[in-house]
Every structure is written in structure tokens, then in C-alpha cells.
Design a protein around this ligand. Sequence first.
Ligand code: HEC
Ligand code: HEC
Length: 385
Amino acid sequence: MKKYPVVLLSGIAVAALIFNSCNKQTALKPLTPNLPSQKYDYESVMSNSVLQASGSNVPFNNMVSNAGATLGRVLFYDPRLSINNSVSCGNCHKQQYGFADNTALSIGYKGQKGTRNALALINSSTKASFFWDGRASTLEEQALMPVVNHAEMGMERLDVLTKKLAVISYYPQLFEDAFGSAEITEQEISYAIAQFVRSIVSTNSKFDVNSQNFTPQERRGMELFIDKFQCANCHRGENFGGAPLADTYFNEGAPSGVSIQNISNIGLDVQYADRGVGSLLNNSKLNGDFVIPSLRNVALTAPYMHDGRFATLEEAVDHYSTGILPNANLDPFLLQPNFFFNPSLPAQPVKMNMTDEEKQSLVAFLQTLTDNTLATNPKYSNPFK
Ligand code: HEC
Ligand code: HEC
């Protein structure tokens, strides 16, 4: 009678051993990127006419090349860029979600939550501001910020990173291909990542290529977006984000990418857990101001707003319909018109009071901004999978 438990127990022990050793093997398996023998085309982004129309932030010394963006792709997905080899850019910027994160607050290398919702990466070459508060104005400047960020990737010393990459088998050749020398510098790391991020473009949504076949509901949604509810006052240009780069002016002395045309307070809060631009510029009149995000691929990038508070597009639309809160910094576009006619009246937020039909049409229009090829295109995918 006693035999059974012993046999059973040793069976479990063997199973546990096998399971354990399998686990260890996968953990130790060396990471090697699986790259195509013929490099993917990234360079064509430089001549994309839709993007060119919006102005471009590409510096002359960092044009997108196929070899540069290939290296950038590997760096983007390599968890070894984090201090404990656990988190890559791709952990928070996920291709299937339009290079945003599907959780409100992304998890950094120590397993702790950040404070803001990961922004979607899209058509970056046309953007004037990066991050929710616009604190970076170029991708080259931006690229290493998450690497050194103590909550995101924790690689605080970039000289340690260059040495770390230099002894990983696949890097010297990739740097040689991209920059003509196997020596690895901080600038090259940031330039290559910037090239890859810049190559992530979307100009193939139904809105771009097939708007003549909009359903009546999609067409109605577009009209509401532009005319009745004037969403396009803020979500404008090719990216349905802030002012296109070509039309952006920066106030003299304003740091980085903060331009008054690209930021707005939409009345989400009365008390601010995150003061946004107000905190960056130490200016209480800008408390609650955030960069106007692009709505391209917005159907893929839930949850929404700088803190990911809304789970669905319907909730985001509801905010504009009835949820805008009165506050001193509310964007004038969202104030009731009587304030402009008679400024002695108290400034009140506009009440759009949308019908269900109007809300559904707006959402249907927003869905036409999705580029499904982007979410599956192998040239943007994780080469370590
Ligand atoms: C732990 C999660 C996390 C990791 C890892 C991460 N990011 Fe981000 N990323 C975010 C969050 C959150 C934001 C918004 C932060 C803010 O605005 O303050 C953001 C913003 C950005 C933006 C600004 C986009 C825009 O249009 O304004 C870019 C570009 C970007 N990240 C690229 C990268 C790159 C490149 C890497 C790897 C080197 C990376 N990120 C790693 C979470 C992450
Ligand atoms: C006054 C400028 C302004 C107007 C008008 C405006 N928006 Fe926005 N929109 C913003 C800003 C700024 C944010 C980000 C706010 C934040 O997170 O603090 C935003 C965020 C969003 C988001 C979430 C995007 C994301 O990636 O998280 C959606 C969806 C959206 N707006 C749709 C609309 C629609 C639909 C309308 C018209 C009914 C509209 N917006 C009108 C400025 C505006």
C-alpha cells in the first residue's frame, strides 16, 4: 500500500526535473536575430509623398537606410538594452497594437508600473513633439531616453551599454553595415533606433486609399468629426494629431518640442495627478495640458489618454459628449461659444450631447484610420521570435 505514494512522488519529482531543465534551457538559449538575407526596404519612407506634405524632421546626417533601420529593428527588440536583459522597446510598443501598449501603464524592467500610457509610434518623421508633454523634439534625442530611464529600461550608463553590445556576436557586423565601422558609439545606437522608428509609417488606411468607398456611417462620422464637433480643430493634418510640423512654430525660449499649437487641456480632471506640460515647464497655466495625440491606428491603441483611463473608443467619445470638466486651463475650443460673445459670463465647457447614432458614426470614422498591414508587416516585427 505504501508503494503507490512513493512511485507517484518520484514520478512527480522526475516530471518536475524535466520541466525545470526545459525551462532553464529556454532561459539560456542565446538570442540571435533572424534577419532576411536581402534587407527589407525601409528607405522608401524618405520619399513617401503623404509624409513629405506634412514636413519632415529627418536630419541630413541621419537619413533612413535599409542597413541602419535593420540595426535599429534589432536594437528595438533586444531586451539586452535593459540593465537586466528583461525589457525591450517592443515590450511596451507592441506591433499588433499600433506600437502602443494594450495596458494603461506599461511595466518597466523591475516589474513596476510607469505613470503614463505608452504612445503609439507612427509617422514619427512628421512630428514636432515627442512624449505626452512634448519634452523631446527629435527622435535622435528621444531614442536613448527610455534606455536610461530608471523606471523603463534602467541602463543609466550608456558607456556600459556600448561595451555590452560590442561583445554580442551579431552587433559589430550590423554596425559596420549601417555606419561603416564595427565600433559602437552611443550616437550610432540612437541614430539607428531613430531610423527604425521613423520607418514605421502608415498611409494605407481605408481613409488614405479607399475613402470613396466609405459606408454612409463612416462618411457621416467624418462630417461630424470635421464640422459639427470640430474634432479636427485639434486632431488635424495628415496624422490627426497636433499641428503638422510644417505649420508648427515654437515659442522662443520654449524647450524641446513644446509648441502651444500641439498641446491642449481637454478637461479630463479638476485635480491633476499628472500636471503634464505644466510640470515640465513649471507653469500652472499649463497644468493638465498634454500633446494632442495622433488618431492614426487609434482603434488598435486602446486604452486611451495619457494615463490610459478609457478602455474603449466609445468611452473616449463619451468624454467629449458630456464629460468635459470645467477648469481654468480648458482649451478655448472646448468652451461654450457664449463665453466668446460675452466674456463676463463664466467660461463653461461645451456640452456636445451626442446621440447614440452620432457616437457610433464617430467611432466608425475613427476605425477607418486603421492600417492593418502595419500591424502584421514582417519588416517591423520582432526578429528574435
Ligand atoms: C516600460 C515601457 C516602455 C519601454 C521599455 C519603452 N517605452 Fe517608449 N514610451 C513609453 C511610454 C509610457 C511613453 C510615453 C511617456 C511620456 O510621454 O512621458 C513612451 C513614448 C515613446 C515615444 C514618443 C512617441 C511620440 O509620438 O511622442 C517614442 C518615440 C518611444 N517611446 C520610443 C521608444 C524606444 C525607441 C524605446 C526603446 C529604446 C522605448 N520607447 C522603450 C513606454 C516605454
Ligand atoms: C481642444 C483640442 C481637442 C479637441 C477639440 C478634440 N481633441 Fe481629442 N484629444 C486632445 C488631446 C490633448 C488628447 C490627449 C489628452 C490627454 O491624454 O490628456 C486627446 C485624446 C483623444 C483620444 C485618445 C487618443 C489616445 O491615443 O489616447 C481620442 C480617441 C480623441 N481625442 C478623439 C477626439 C474626438 C472624437 C474629438 C471630437 C469629438 C476630439 N478628440 C476633439 C485634444 C482634442
